[in-house]
Design a protein around this ligand. Structure first.
Ligand SMILES: C[S@@+](CC[C@H](N)C(=O)[O-])C[C@H]1O[C@@H](n2cnc3c(N)ncnc32)[C@H](O)[C@@H]1O
Length: 285
């Protein structure tokens, strides 16, 4: 491995062969299709990893990150983190949460042995499952017999860990109602810090774990009421999209709902679902 400090890391350029190696890896491991135009983005993001690891060129870096040593040392995950998009927000695509509150929840029949089960698949840093948590907790306050469980998964270990910590910049709350902020966030005592933390009561409702959507899922078939898989499949190739959509639908109860991002459509991948609202699908019986 070239760890020489006098190599100019910033001038390193990915060769076509190295980029093809990354494309193959991303497709095989994550189902993500990297278009040729992404070479510039990949180049600049992986330069950060060259800098952090002190490895002087892309060939040695890829050999290391993809080796068993790289996997054990966490570089494999750092590379995935750099090559995936984690953009998210509280109440992102707010109409989805309106549909949840006004259409989905009132039709759920409460049963104290079977709480409402919802999964944020591709949860990034946690804003989506915590938004679900606020909506569901508010619903529970008005309907005391209602109970819920939220599962949140992502392939990115770093993102999931941020979700578990539940500490966010105050600015990220700009789309959140003031009453909800007061109820569900603790503001740092240090006024220079600009940080907030989700309250314990809500943190305890979210079960975070790491899961690659291309692999097997730990949920039982037909066990979930709602799955959000938003702005995640968008990066997948069509073959992986079809497989993942099929597996997600399998995990839903008949009559359960699958949400994708507002710019996505998945009805072409399955006849087992019907669209009921923009980018919301119901599983047919
Ligand atoms: C753009 S974020 C979407 C976050 C959230 N669902 C939303 O809409 O705001 C996409 C997330 O999908 C995750 N992701 C990408 N490929 C994945 C895979 N194969 N399995 C699980 N998660 C994946 C990324 O790590 C990233 O956090």
């Amino acid at each position: 491995m070239d760890h020489t400090s006098n190599v100019d890391i910033y001038s390193q350029k990915l060769s076509d062969e190295e980029f093809r190696r990354i494309q193959r890896f991303m497709l095989d491991t994550l189902g993500i299709k990297l278009a040729p135009i992404k070479i510039v983005m990949v180049n600049s993001r992986l330069i950060k990893r060259l800098k952090s690891t002190g490895i002087g060129n892309f060939k040695d870096y890829l050999d290391y990150a993809l080796s068993s040593e790289g996997r054990v040392n966490g570089e494999f995950e750092c590379m995935i983190d750099e090559l995936t998009t984690h953009k998210t927000d509280f109440f992102r695509e707010p109409e989805h949460f309106v549909f949840l509150r006004e259409q989905v929840l009132p039709n759920f029949v409460s049963d104290r042995y079977a709480p409402f089960k919802i999964w944020s698949a591709g949860c990034s840093t946690g804003e989506e499952p915590y938004t679900m948590g606020m909506v569901l907790n508010e619903y529970q306050l008005a309907n005391p017999s209602f109970d819920f469980t939220i599962f949140a998964t992502d392939i990115s270990n770093a993102s999931v860990m941020r979700g578990v910590r539940a500490i966010y910049n105050k600015d990220s709350l700009s789309g959140v109602d003031k009453n909800l902020i007061r109820k569900y966030f603790l503001v740092s005592r240090d006024t220079t810090e600009n940080k907030v933390r989700v309250v314990k009561q809500l943190r305890e409702k979210i079960h975070f774990s790491i899961l690659n959507l291309v692999d097997d899922y730990f949920f039982q078939n037909g066990s979930l009421d709602v799955i959000f898989c938003r702005n995640t499949l968008i990066y997948f190739d069509d073959v992986s999209k079809r497989q993942v959509v099929g597996k997600l639908i399998e995990k839903l109860k008949p009559g359960g709902y699958l949400y994708v991002g507002l710019s996505e459509t998945v009805s072409q991948f399955s006849t087992a679902i019907k669209q009921v609202s923009p980018s919301v699908y119901v599983k047919l019986n």
